[in-house]
Design a protein around this ligand. Structure first.
Ligand code: GTP
Length: 360
């Protein structure tokens, strides 16, 4: 079976992180998220992957190449202008040879793709959509289906009493005929156009509802929540509980490391610094004397100087936080940003470049 992973979005909600790193390459536990997605596909027996890209595609192709390092075949199809979630599929139609998975490139889930493929084979229909039950569907596209799973309606961001509590979870298994229903050469949304059109024409789309872990990484608060869940073992990812990562041994006897903490190779944490709980440190990140880092994700080569404080925030590669600076909760600091000593950043601050690195 083949899989298409949608990786062409601009990731505006994750800016300024996505000015320097396209969303699929944003690290989860210090590894580009797309690598994790490809591992899941590999585990499900899928070796043939198509990546419709367009935003900073070279960052993706430089890392994965033709896929041979992963024992996979990766085909890149670059969009000159964004074609949307269905337009991107239409644009790769010539590469599709049978039923195929479609994965949004920003969904972290424990969904078993093999079990979903089996369910599709048993149920039939032109496609199957992974659905997740949520308490409040008002921010999502919710999906209405009957007892057999047959979908009758899609309702975007319902107001008032929602018609269902099940939402489109961004993983689909589709028959190739779906591609014939997508108009070519323009931006088309699969959620808003293609799926509603298919059911309006009497095609059978089935929901596949599971209670798996599921989170959309597209927002900073979700990105931090996902890390917390992985560190605490709520989202299974084969991470050792407590202290983990290639740099864990250097922190083993540190007096002020509050677990769970995940640290990559070459991290340096001063003995008088406090790190944790729920902290991820990228390779060669350095935490100075008296500094405090809690509930945060720091990418590689970040420098946190003496007595600086970071809480519930994300700091991208190469940034430095000056001595005594305080980063308010839920802040996002972009690549190579220098925060001056003594600065006080308000909660929810976003500090970064104003355009993608290398594009302006
Ligand atoms: P925001 O700008 O923050 O909404 O993020 P986004 O641009 O990634 O959009 P969204 O989260 O809605 O996209 C869902 C998935 O579809 C992501 O994996 C995107 O990379 C992908 N995607 C969105 N639009 C396009 C597109 O025009 N072309 C391609 N190839 N992928 C897309």
């Amino acid at each position: 079976m083949q899989a298409i992973v949608l990786v062409g979005g601009q990731g505006t909600r994750l800016r300024p992180l996505t000015y320097g790193t396209p969303k699929p390459m944003v690290p989860i536990m210090n590894v580009p998220f797309l690598a994790r997605t490809l591992q899941r596909l590999y585990a499900a027996g899928i070796r043939d992957v198509i990546l419709p890209a367009g935003y900073m595609p070279q960052a993706i192709s430089d890392y994965f190449g033709d896929g041979s390092r992963l024992d996979m075949k990766i085909t890149y199809v670059i969009e000159e202008t964004p074609l949307g979630t269905a337009g991107a599929l239409k644009n790769v139609q010539e590469h599709i040879t049978g039923p195929f998975f479609v994965l949004n490139g920003d969904i972290l889930t424990s969904l078993d793709l093999g079990a979903m493929a089996q369910a599709h084979r048993e149920r039939g229909g032109i496609g199957m959509l992974h659905l997740i039950r949520v308490d409040d569907p008002s921010a999502f596209g919710c999906v209405v289906h009957d007892g057999s799973g047959s979908i009758s309606a899609f309702v975007e961001k319902p107001e008032g009493v929602p018609p269902s509590h099940e939402i489109n979870a961004g993983t689909y298994l589709l028959e190739p005929e779906v591609l014939d229903a997508i108009p070519a050469g323009r931006n088309v949304s699969i959620e808003r156009e293609t799926f509603p059109d298919l059911i309006a024409h009497g095609e059978k789309l089935y929901g596949y509802t599971t209670s798996d872990y599921w989170i959309d990484l597209g927002l900073p608060e979700h990105y931090l929540a996902a890390h917390r869940d992985i560190l605490r073992g709520v989202m299974p990812m084969g991470i050792e509980p407590g202290l983990s990562g290639a740099g864990a041994s250097s922190l083993q006897n540190h007096p002020c490391v509050v677990r769970p903490v995940h640290a990559d190779a070459g991290v340096e944490v001063d003995p008088t610094a406090t790190v944790g709980p729920n902290v991820v440190l990228g390779a060669h990140t350095r935490i100075g004397p008296g500094a405090v880092v809690r509930d945060s994700v720091l990418w590689d080569r970040v420098a946190v100087e003496r007595d600086a404080e970071i809480e519930e925030s994300i700091v991208a590669s190469g940034a430095s936080i000056g001595a005594g600076a305080r980063i308010g909760r839920r802040s996002v600091i972009g690549h190579d940003v220098v925060i001056d000593p003594g600065s006080q950043l308000e909660p929810d601050s976003r500090v970064g470049r104003s355009a993608p690195i290398g594009i302006h």
